[in-house]
Design a protein around this ligand. Structure first.
Ligand code: SF4
Ligand code: SF4
Length: 471
């Protein structure tokens, strides 16, 4: 317990720091020093500029690129504040760090700058986020998708029609500028957490007990993937639970600089999942998995011990199936060509989400598991790890840049001739589906668990797939 004298001294220090913060002279705290030292490793070589999707996009934008973030933007105090806003153009794809000879974590610097801008704006009584970002952060943090879904699912069909990709398209162009024709995710009548309100008995009495971290998009929109996840897990576990009181992982808040909201959500999720006492927490969302495993442990003490527990137990579904259990592959036909009905084999290509391949180092597992899906034939893109430009709310705020980044991805998919795209991130699923639709080449975009679940049920890989078919 702190003495009155210690508290008084701390208040004095805080007041002293406030003076500097108000004069915008104090952007860095002692806890930032490790990151600042990492940024000092920058050699100014410019290798990162060649791989940054925003710099390389054909869209016009004011983003100076990762080298500028690593050097002037993050080192000079006046430049730090006057450059506020430019860091919003980073998709946090991690490509620059991967290519950098000094392993400079530019994306961490970007998140730090966003957090400082958020804090400073709040201190000055300004709204720290734009209207759209504020809406999105609150929308996800307050679980408003649950409320929207109840009436939205019923009404959505009046204004939107389903597409081949599993998303929805407006029947008439909406007065939203470039976003007027954009695909939207389908709202589910019942969230996954309600559908699986009771524990599901697993097929393996010796297997682990698994809790599902659904993530907002798979919980409220792409519940087809949520159901597939439960189905696949059930075959590899002794019990599967989908905790009803889980909340958003906090990604929209974290990527907007709102650390307080992120810590609150991390603490809530930590409590909810620790109470399940499960062996593993499994998710089918690349971004949720990345936030839970890599960001929760560094959010600071306010996020509580439960968040650390959750970080240790969380596995992306590809990792869980490839490393934590023995995969029970779907049955194959006698000729080794699978049990698929006509039209036979489906050519599949894989898009590697940034937060799965670079964030969590998961890419090979997806190919290995795809090899277990009867009838699925992998045909790789030239660059399956290239960022698609989705990046959560980035593609809503900067749709023109996101669409320009995506152009190469859509061309890369088309060149494979694949009838089905597999990706481990629902946000990539939506953005790529939109790109395929805009290009007039709509086709299913699914998660690998959808293919596995359909194969277990004896259906074709990625039912409804168009494109090449090797029958
Ligand atoms: S961040 Fe890395 S790749 Fe980019 S200029 Fe600096 S050293 Fe080179
Ligand atoms: S994380 Fe991606 S978008 Fe951001 S600066 Fe690095 S390469 Fe560019």
């Amino acid at each position: 317990m702190k003495t009155a004298k210690a508290l008084k001294r701390r208040d004095g220090v805080e007041r002293f720091l406030d003076v500097y913060r108000d004069a915008r002279l104090l952007p860095y705290s002692p806890s930032d020093s490790e990151l600042m030292r990492a940024l000092e490793r920058c050699l100014g070589c410019g290798t990162c500029l060649a791989v940054c999707p925003v710099v390389g996009s054909a869209a016009s934008h004011p983003y100076p690129g990762p080298r500028a973030v690593a050097t002037s933007l993050s080192r000079s105090v006046p430049e730090f504040w006057t450059a506020a806003g430019v860091e919003g153009y980073c998709t946090t794809c991690l490509a620059c760090q991967e290519a950098c000879p000094g392993d400079v974590p530019v994306w961490r610097a970007v998140l730090m700058i966003r957090a400082k801008n958020f804090e400073q704006a709040t201190r000055e009584g300004r709204e720290p986020l734009g209207r759209l970002k504020r809406f999105l952060v609150d929308f996800f943090a307050e679980n408003r998708l649950a409320q929207a879904g109840r009436w939205g699912a019923a009404l959505q069909g009046l204004a939107f029609r389903p597409t081949a990709s599993g998303s929805m398209k407006a029947r008439l162009t909406l007065p939203l500028g470039p976003l007027g024709n954009r695909l939207v995710p389908p709202l589910a009548r019942r969230p996954l957490t309600e559908e699986f309100s009771a524990p599901v008995a697993g097929a393996d009495p010796d297997g682990p007990r698994v809790a599902v971290f659904a993530g907002c998009l798979d919980n409220f929109c792409y519940t087809d993937t949520g159901r597939s996840l439960v189905e696949v897990l059930r075959r590899h576990a002794r019990e599967v639970v989908v905790p009803a009181t889980q909340v958003c992982c906090g990604a929209p808040a974290l990527y907007s600089g709102d650390l307080e909201t992120t810590r609150r959500l991390a603490a809530l999720n930590g409590e909810v999942f620790a109470a399940t006492g499960c062996d593993f927490v499994v998710t089918a969302c690349a971004t949720c998995g990345d936030v839970l495993t890599r960001d929760y442990p560094v959010l600071g003490p306010d996020s509580a011990a439960g968040a650390t527990w959750l970080a240790r137990r969380t596995r992306d579904i590809h990792v869980f199936l490839a490393s934590e259990v023995e995969l029970r592959p779907p049955a194959r036909g006698p000729a080794g060509r699978g049990d698929l009905p006509a039209p036979g084999r489906t050519v599949v290509t894989v898009h590697d989400p940034c937060h799965l391949s670079r964030g969590q180092g998961v890419a090979e597992e997806v190919r290995v598991l795809l090899g277990a899906v009867p009838g699925a034939e992998l045909r790789e893109m030239a660059d399956p790890r290239a960022c698609c430009g989705g990046a959560g709310s980035f593609c809503l705020e900067h749709y023109d840049i996101a669409a320009a980044i995506r152009r190469d991805k859509i061309a890369d998919i088309a060149a494979t001739g694949a009838g089905l795209v597999v990706t481990g991130c629902p946000s990539c699923r939506l953005h790529i589906s939109d790109g395929l639709e805009q290009a007039g080449t709509g086709r299913p975009v699914r998660h690998l668990v959808d293919l596995l679940a359909e194969s277990y049920r004896g259906g074709p890989a990625g039912a409804g797939g168009g494109g090449d078919s090797l029958g």
